[in-house]
Design a protein around this ligand. Structure first.
Ligand code: PLP
Length: 408
């Protein structure tokens, strides 16, 4: 299937916005969903819907099979050792919060260190700030090079024997930087620290192998990879998950319940208190089937091609500043057009039917490091074509005409 054929499977992309065919370039914020995913969620509600792990009736058994089947798909997709190491969460944010609130607080004390980077999304920053505050640990940052990359030398210099936890994004949602997480994991482990990888921007776009990365925790969101909102997962090493205390308590997660004391179910159930996101998991499973059928290597290859074409065309637009490295980029381009506020850029682009993101992208410390208040961002996925890039460039040239005075 080429990108045009893939695009045909996404009903939402076939509409006009402000009188122009929609060009959707905001998949890094949330991706669109193919009919396969929409149908799977609908079929689940039409045929199997019931609560899981409870009733003895047929629908309950089917719903449980659907839900646990989705867990197996996630485990295979990430090459996890076993499905019990996959905890369904609301998304990346909830997954990171679970590790920060449970694991990190149990191992960090006064004088210990939690190491992150200035690239992190607020979701992989604030939970660690809070964990550091609660435990007396120090939050340390691996410094950035001028192009937003990090060097292994700086990783070596930042992580010490006092470091208990390292949390890094695999792929930056702003700088298009791909971090050497396997090497960072190796350095962290040499110092006895554990590493969490924020996989929100890697899982949708490339093959991920948690065993090869040798990461201790890995978090991602379904909605950025063709799945529904409200579902994502945390992968963890078994021996760590088994030692972790739950942070949410209620039905479905307890084993023996007394009036004053209770015990927890085995993993992963002890972390999934309450009725889980069953239809979301089913939709995520369908998204994984869809992406796997196309092939993650093929998706990565296509995005490299599109982003290469976009970098070529955009670098010819006078007055456009592009952030991040020249080489080894992920499938997005963050930019500013002269002194025009990115919100104004995005508004003019939207009037042309071109949807891009504008703002701080949940990375305020990174914006300060770039010395800007905000940027615009075009992000690509498997359904984007070179024609979409041409439409973006044409709309940017129109924006320049509007705001000619502000562009040097
Ligand atoms: C989107 C994103 C998150 C947060 O994901 P949610 O789905 O909002 O929980 C975290 N990290 C990165 C790098 C992201 O792009």
């Amino acid at each position: 299937m080429n990108a045009k054929e893939i695009r045909d499977l996404f009903p939402i992309l076939h509409q006009e916005v402000n009188g122009h065919p929609l060009v959707y370039l905001d998949s890094a914020a949330s991706s669109q969903k193919p009919v396969q995913v929409l149908d799977a969620v609908r079929d689940y509600y039409m045929q199997d819907n019931a609560n899981v792990h409870r009733g003895v009736h047929t629908l309950g058994a089917r719903a449980t099979d659907d839900y646990e089947g989705a867990r197996e798909k996630v485990a295979r997709f990430l090459n996890a050792e076993s499905p019990e190491q996959i905890i369904f969460t609301r998304g990346t944010t909830t997954a990171i919060n679970l590790v920060a609130a449970s694991y990190a607080r149990s191992v960090c004390g006064d004088g210990d260190e939690i190491v992150i980077t200035p690239l992190e999304h607020h979701s992989n920053l604030i939970p660690w700030q809070q964990a550091a505050k609660a435990t007396g640990a120090t939050l340390k940052y691996i410094p950035l090079q001028p192009d937003g990359t990090i060097t292994l030398e700086d990783v070596e210099n930042t992580i010490t024997d006092r470091t208990k936890m390292v949390a890094v994004t695999y792929v930056s949602n702003v700088m298009a930087v791909v971090n050497p997480v396997k090497q960072i994991a190796e350095i962290a482990h040499r110092h006895g620290a554990k590493i969490l990888v924020d996989g929100a921007q890697s899982t949708p776009h490339q093959k991920v192998d948690v065993q090869d990365l040798n990461c201790d925790f890995y978090a991602f969101s379904g909605h950025k990879m063709c799945g529904p909102t409200g579902i994502g997962a945390l992968y963890g090493k078994k021996e760590l998950l088994e030692k972790m205390e739950p942070v949410e308590f209620g039905g479905e997660m307890i084993d023996h319940i007394g009036l004053y004391e209770s015990t927890w179910k085995e993993i992963p159930y002890r972390f999934e208190g309450g009725t889980p996101i069953i239809a979301g998991a089913v939709g995520l499973g369908a998204a994984i089937d869809f992406l796997s059928q196309i092939g993650m290597d093929e998706i990565e290859r296509h995005e490299k091609e599109i982003v290469g074409y976009a970098m070529d065309r955009l670098s010819q637009v006078d007055g456009l500043t592009i952030y991040g490295p020249q080489k080894n980029r992920s499938g997005l381009v963050t930019f500013n057009l002269g002194d025009v506020h990115p919100h104004d850029v995005a508004t003019v682009l939207d009037s042309q039917g071109v949807a891009v993101r504008a703002g701080h992208h949940c990375c305020q410390p990174l914006m300060r490091w770039l010395n800007v208040t905000a940027t615009a961002r075009a992000s690509f996925y498997l359904y984007n074509t070179e024609e979409d890039v041409d439409r973006l460039v044409a709309a940017l040239l129109q924006t320049k005409e509007y705001f000619g005075h502000a562009i040097g």
